[in-house]
Design a protein around this ligand. Sequence first.
Ligand code: PHE
Length: 340
Amino acid sequence: HELLSEINQSVIENKEQLEAFRMRFISKKGVVSELFDHLKNVAPEDRRSVGQELNVLKNRVQERFQEFNTQLEESAASSQTSAVDMTLPAVPNQHGSLHPLTIVRRRIIEIFERMGFNVADGPEIETDWYNFSALNFPDNHPAREMQDTFFVRKSNGEVKDDVLLRTHTSNVQVRLMEHKKPPIRSIMPGRVFRNEAISARAHCVFHQVEGLYVDTNVSFKDLKDTLYHFAKEMFDKDSRIRLRPSYFPFTEPSAEIDVSCFICKGSGCNVCKYSGWVEIAGSGMVDPNVLANCGIDPEEYTGFAFGMGIERITMLRYGIRDLRLFTENDVRFLKQFEGA
Ligand code: PHE
């Protein structure tokens, strides 16, 4: 019985130990055959039962030996496959990359910073004054509805149309003009919100960069030159721009800015719908009412403003067809901008 428990408890980790086990228990000189040799000294009436017990012991020893043997073979096989092969090239690290919207936002900022614009920031949750009223949107004017505003529900459940998610970054223009004396020369990148169904061409959250330049003698020519330089830096050094009359409550006169199609260079393609031009920004001279609303004397100062969508510029620059790619976080899409 002592031998049985020794057999059951023994641990074998290598071939040497297995061989020692074999020598001790199984070989011709091992304990088991030694015990069988002693069987002849046992009293004849006990010989039968002792013999039976010895057979049990012998079988158990054989069993254990087989177990140990297969154990050793298995662990040898598995340690061979997981062994480190020092000659193999290392698995490359997965690098993260900048989001295309980040790349383009940084590029836009860089271009305007070189022209002397600084970066300004403001809140995404805004009051009606900063998003609309100060910007010359009359009460109940249809232009307010065109912006598909999200209004903010107060903690008591009441919806006040006074607090909203900004629909454009023009709120920062108002805050700048209220708090700073001209000259003001700033751009305002940021998130904006509009209650629109998500599709390839629209999203309820997107990004804008607006620009504002207020000083004495700022003219429409300054606006044109600034955006012309931007278009050449952003898209193609041979870019041309075109201004089309437009309407915004906060600028007068107002213009949409188109850039000559840098994809087909006028020969015709899908991006410019065979017109040779793609729209990149809204712009105009700051309406004197807006200057006055913000405490700036419109007799002394003039200014221009412009606004563009970062998603739109990014789609143009990289030929991206679906706005939803920006928020799906599909690594196959994002990987294409590594090193861009
Ligand atoms: N705020 C306008 C928009 O969101 C863009 C714009 C900015 C137009 C400045 C003119 C001047 O559509």
